[in-house]
Design a protein around this ligand. Structure first.
Ligand code: 0RA
Length: 699
């Protein structure tokens, strides 16, 4: 304590004045317990350093002072963040008598960041500031352009090397921070470009009009001109990625819905300040039944939701009900639309900015500030009412879809009750079509739900009857609309499935009674197959969601091709794999030929190839044909004999299965990058009204 007071001389290092001692003491805890400040010293903590430095520039952009931020990865684990904001002040700080820049870089919690920021972003681990990064860097350089000059200060493990110096005149304004993470702190220093891109793409969505450029110059060993402001100006031959979204979160909603079937064209968007809270929300419905709600508080993703999401949801439910009543789409006798009803098919993004936000929950990923709820509810309520009035056709579509969801939910409930009341599942005699396995241990037991009787027959013969059960379902019976889901429950086929599962349904549902821990849907790789698969998945989603959550549901992956050369047959599960196998065969053939030519002379080789080429077709491969190779394309499971079905699709040693998963909001950051990542969107979308999406199920 005494050491921190001003005026006392240090014995440790006479080069520093008393003011510096205060400063030096300031960062000591960061190096002692880095995890407290950046979460971990693993990859997440390492990347956190970049986020921290970036956040300051982003705040400058949010305040309307900066428009462009560049994040560059340089050789030797160096990171450089550049903005065109006002520049960190370099004049004397009244309290510490050192420059404001030095104070900011060398003291913990130096005011609300740099003082005077209206939205201090200090939730959880976030916003601990540049000084923490400085403390955890072997080297950091701050270059400030303002007041007609370029000012520089460098630091070593958070300690200033010299006082802030004006090194050149400058007409520019802005801040450049360059740093190298300390290998004493971080065991492994390896920046992940994908992660950095995903993070900054997300941030760019959250600050309308802010341009963020990522430059990966790690492999660019040439000397980078120290004096250039944005490295982009150098046009280096290195990868760079630019993110800029004019519409902010409206662009995010568009991005999320890209390539999907939208229910209406106009995207709802609002941004407004109320009582110190800034609320932004955007939404658009798809024709499917999943709900996608993404929320942020102070630019921090809140996967567990919280007050802002609650406020949004109640506004949505209230406004849609009001509109539906006012326009007679819902009559007096009708029930109100429930929260679930209005969320089916919804893509929504909610972003609030609150002074001093409270974060709650296990991972501090939930907004606890009650003003977040009132502000969001008020802003969204008003603007959405207006939006519906302005877009009556879209409004009608939305409400009609919600009403349909309500009907489906009611029908499902009624059907469940009927099933129970009429005791349809009573007695639980296993259906005759089920070829059960002999094991009674659910953990090792599998149920193959197979499309069609003929494939069912092959599966029955090909299976390992000890632990594999087969239930063939007639395609036609399932070929009913998904809106008539309630009817499905009364179909004999589906009843058989439910009885086979053993869990019962609705109130009686008991996952402990599940008879097979793997339920594997095996359908043809054609449109009908996809349709049946979708119906089965929809059924499972509506009535047996816990099985999906528990990871009990799988989709079998039958091969698309059988490729044969001589006595060797290989199976390809994709077109790409087919190509690979063909080139393998081609080169094997080549080798064989040259080996034979060497050994036994020409005669034999000719015989050999004549024999092989005989009856079998030659297969096109690149420029020429590979003689003696034949390709069979499977159109249905029925084309495989029991043995082939076992080898390719059922043998646990060789088969491929895809596990069906639902978006898990708790999976937080992982999902986030998934959500934002370029190739991702179709991956996580699980239950869809459209079969085309189901084939993209994630493993
Ligand atoms: C507070 C006041 C002023 C500038 C900044 C913060 C600032 C900090 C950072 C950190 C990275 N980039 C930044 N840009 C600006 C100065 C206010 C003024 O000049 O009036």
């Amino acid at each position: 304590m005494a050491k921190e007071s001003k005026g006392e001389k240090t014995q440790k290092d006479p080069r520093y004045s008393a003011e510096d001692i205060y400063v030096l003491e300031g960062l000591e805890p960061v190096r002692k317990r880095p995890g407290m400040y950046i979460g971990s010293t693993g990859p997440d903590g390492l990347h956190h350093l970049v986020w921290e430095i970036f956040d300051n520039s982003r705040d400058e952009a949010m305040g309307g002072f900066a428009t462009q931020i560049e994040v560059a990865l340089l050789p030797g684990n160096v990171v450089r963040v550049v903005d065109d904001g006002r520049g960190i002040p370099v004049d004397m700080h009244p309290k510490t008598k050192v420059s404001a820049l030095e104070t900011a870089m060398t003291t913990l919690h130096a005011g609300g960041k740099f003082g005077g920021e209206s939205y201090k972003i200090s939730g959880g681990l976030h916003g601990v500031g540049a000084s923490v990064v400085n403390a955890l860097s072997t080297w950091l350089k701050a270059e400030i352009h303002r007041d007609g000059g370029k000012y520089v200060q460098e630091y070593k493990q958070g300690k200033p090397k010299e006082k802030v110096k004006k090194v050149a005149p400058s007409k520019k304004r802005g801040t450049i921070i360059t740093f190298t993470p300390d290998p004493e702190i971080f065991k492994e220093i390896e920046f992940d470009l994908q992660k950095i891109k995903d993070h900054h793409r997300q941030q760019a969505f959250l600050v309308k009009g802010m341009r963020v450029r990522i430059i990966d110059a790690r492999e660019y060993k040439g000397k980078i001109d120290e004096d250039v402001y944005y490295l982009d100006e150098l046009h280096l031959p290195v990868p760079s990625h630019s993110f800029y979204f004019e519409g902010g979160i409206l662009s995010l909603v568009r991005h999320l819905n890209k390539g999907e079937e939208v229910l209406h064209e106009a995207v709802f968007y609002v941004d407004k300040h109320v009582e110190g809270v800034f609320v932004e929300a955007s939404l658009q419905y798809l024709t499917d039944i999943t709900a996608r709600e993404i929320s942020f508080a102070n630019n921090i993703h809140t996967p567990e939701g919280g007050m802002h999401l609650t406020g949004f949801r109640s506004a949505l439910t209230r406004v849609l009900n009001d509109y539906a009543r006012k326009n007679n789409i819902l009559r007096e006798a009708d029930d109100n639309l429930s929260g679930d009803d209005v969320r089916e098919g919804l893509t929504a993004v909610i972003s609030v900015k609150i002074p001093n936000p409270q974060f709650e929950g296990q991972t501090k990923a939930k907004l606890g500030s009650p003003e977040g709820r009132t502000a969001t509810e008020a802003v969204v309520g008003e603007a959405l009412t207006y939006f519906l009035e302005e877009h009556p056709q879209d409004a009608r579509r939305i409400i009609e879809k919600c009403v349909l969801s309500q009907k489906a939910r009611k029908a499902a409930k009624a059907a469940r009750e009927t099933v129970l009341r009429k005791g349809i599942l009573e007695g639980m005699t296993l259906p005759g079509k089920l070829a059960d396995c002999s094991s009674r241990n659910p953990e090792e037991s599998e149920l193959y739900v197979v499309e069609g009787d003929s494939a069912g027959g092959s599966a029955k013969q090909g299976r390992d009857r000890r632990f594999q059960a087969i239930l063939p379902l007639k395609g036609k019976i399932l070929n009913i609309e998904k809106a008539r889901l309630d009817r499905m429950l009364t179909s004999t086929e589906i009843k058989a499935l439910i009885i086979a599962l053993g869990t019962a349904i609705a109130d009686e549902f008991d996952i402990k009674r599940l008879r097979y821990h793997r339920i594997i849907i095996m359908t043809d790789a054609d449109v009908d197959g996809a349709h049946i698969r979708t119906l089965l998945l929809t059924l499972l989603y509506r009535y047996f969601a816990p099985l999906i959550d528990a990871g009990n549901i799988y989709i079998a992956q039958p091969p698309l091709y059988r490729i044969q050369m001589g006595k060797t047959a290989k199976y390809a599960y994709s077109d790409k794999e087919k190509e690979i196998i063909l080139s393998e065969f081609a080169s094997a053939k080549q080798e064989q030929r040259s080996a034979k030519a060497k050994k036994a002379g020409k005669q034999e080789e000719e015989e050999e190839s004549a024999e092989e080429g005989g009856e079998e077709e030659g297969v096109e491969k690149g420029e020429g044909k590979i003689r003696g190779v034949s390709i069979q394309r499977y159109k249905g499971l029925g084309e495989m004999n029991p043995d082939q079905l076992w080898t390719t699709t059922m043998d646990p040693e060789r088969r491929m299965l895809k596990r069906v998963m639902v978006d898990d909001a708790q999976e937080a950051d992982k999902i986030f990058s998934v959500l934002m990542g370029s190739d991702v969107l179709p991956r996580k979308r699980f239950i869809q009204a459209h079969a085309k999406n189901v084939k993209n199920l994630d493993v």
